[in-house]
Ligand binder design. Structure first.
Ligand SMILES: Cc1ncc(COP(=O)(O)O)c(C=O)c1O
Length: 469
């Protein structure tokens, strides 16, 4: 499901001072982007923090974009980038994909919002049922809304308040799940009883205390939590492949055992497939693993670049919506614009041929990166899951969030800077995020990434320049 490989050679000792390389790359970054610097100064007057989401603020500064086309995006200074940021995992269609342009333009001319259902919703719900093996669906507008509804539904159905959450998983910015998302090493507490650490300010302690935190890939910890809080746990929510701490794959059998454990205690299982949903395959990890949860949350890539989300569930779960015991609502739910874009994405973008193309590109990129890693004797791992991937800058395996905490964050940041200055746009959060390939990427695009990576590795290597090239 997820491929990982490490060089067998021992890790080289860095002779190049990493901080100095970062300073040098940051200077180059700023020199390339004077117009972004001007816009940030202008925006700061009325736009809080000079950005429209805190995650758009990168070090040394946010990059302001003008447009995107195909596999590329362009900044306001006219620099071109191969886009592997992918709008934090949403842009699997690439930019201005003809099928999306046609569907959205056609819909815009016929009205974009009624707060009444349109026929596309029926087709999409049917297609999602087929892909994710869950019979009933509802729509929302963001991943946050989808996981919020899923947690509410679980509480409504079970009459229980507690939830089990995996340390290091991110499920959006509503209170219930803003716990132990990216806690610091000195906050996490003992591994066998992790502290529930608020993931933001403004999270009431009373809500934080409804979350039982467990490590990933440890079914025993789930069993212990269920036993300790018998009859009180509404649901366990997790990313079935963790994608907010690099990429961490579930070990063989983990998802299956977890599903059986929670069901044994009348607890529901929620997969947050907001990131993995369509990027790892047509039916996400649900489809790939065959371990079907009670609820699946989707967003990001589903809308081909337009905001949309979906919650799918079993008949038992979704009956609470159908009969009104739980009110799943939202002014823009299933709005015709999002539905038109989603239908086009599912029919014309996320096809079997597209997945074959994405797999080919992912293999080409992984092979090139692994060759570079081996050449320099680093023990890093290339981890890919369909169109998503990252390099884990650590030689020991990463099975859970506490392993991830030990990765030197400076390497991820330096890699981001080198890629950016070399014309490849990755998500700014170096070690946390992954690349996304789109259906419009080609081999030249991934080769540009591989060439930048080779320069990055060479700069860090103690090998003489001629043998490292
Ligand atoms: C796994 C996961 N779930 C939920 C969310 C929240 O999605 P949104 O930002 O659309 O609210 C994210 C966002 O990155 C995510 O990665």
């Amino acid at each position: 499901m997820v491929s990982s490989a490490a060089s067998s050679m021992s890790a080289a000792v860095f002779e190049a001072p990493v901080d100095a390389l970062i300073a040098q790359q940051e200077q180059l970054f700023l020199r390339r982007q004077p117009r972004s610097t001007e816009l940030i100064a202008e925006a700061g007057e009325h736009l809080a923090g000079a950005a429209t989401s805190n995650w758009q603020i990168a070090e040394p500064q946010a990059v302001w974009l003008s447009h995107g086309e195909g596999s590329k995006v362009y900044d306001v200074d006219g620099n071109e980038y191969v886009d592997m940021h992918g709008g934090y995992g949403a842009a699997i269609a690439g930019h201005a994909h003809p099928a999306i342009v046609t569907a959205v333009s056609d819909r815009v001319r016929r009205g974009t919002h009624f707060a009444q259902p349109t026929e596309d919703a029926i087709w999409i719900a049917g297609e999602l049922s087929r892909r994710f093996d869950l019979p009933l669906w509802r729509f929302a507008n963001s991943g946050t809304e989808a996981t919020m509804d899923a947690v509410h539904l679980a509480r409504a159905l079970t009459g229980r308040d507690l939830i089990i959450k995996v340390e290091g998983c991110y499920h959006g910015h509503h209170d219930s799940v803003q716990v132990s998302v990216l806690p610091e090493a000195d906050e996490v507490g003992p591994r066998d009883a992790p502290n529930p650490v608020p993931g933001n300010t403004g999270i009431p302690a009373a809500i934080r205390d409804l979350v039982i935190v467990v490590p990933f890939n440890d079914a025993g910890a789930v069993a212990r939590a269920l036993a300790e809080y018998r009859g009180q746990v509404a649901a366990m929510i997790l990313e079935p492949v963790m994608m907010n701490a690099g990429i961490i794959a579930p070990e063989d059998g983990y998802l299956e055992v977890v599903r059986d454990l929670v069901h044994g205690e009348g607890t529901l299982l929620i997969y947050d497939e907001v990131k993995t949903g369509f990027t790892t395959g047509p039916g996400g990890i649900t489809g790939r693993s065959g371990v079907v949860p009670d609820m699946v949350c989707l967003a990001k890539a589903l809308g081909g670049g337009i905001a949309v989300a979906a919650i799918g569930g079993t008949t038992t779960v979704m009956s609470a919506i159908a009969d009104g015991r739980y009110e799943q609502v939202g002014t823009f739910n299933g709005n015709p614009l999002a539905m038109a874009a989603t239908r086009a994405t599912l029919t014309e973008v996320l096809t079997p041929e597209s997945y074959a193309h994405l797999d080919e590109l992912a293999t080409r990129l992984r092979t090139a990166l692994e060759a570079t890693i081996a050449r320099h004797g680093f023990g890093w791992h290339v981890v890919t899951a369909g169109a998503k991937g990252c390099v884990t800058f650590r030689s020991e395996p990463v099975r859970e969030f506490r392993d991830f905490l030990k990765i030197d964050a400076r390497l991820g940041h330096l890699h981001w800077l080198v890629q950016h200055n070399g014309g490849v746009f990755l998500p700014p959060w170096g070690k946390v995020e992954q690349w996304l390939l789109s259906v419009q990427h080609n081999s030249d695009d991934v080769d540009r990434f591989a060439a930048n990576f080779a320069r990055f590795a060479k700069a860090l290597s103690r090998l003489p320049a001629e043998s490292a090239s």
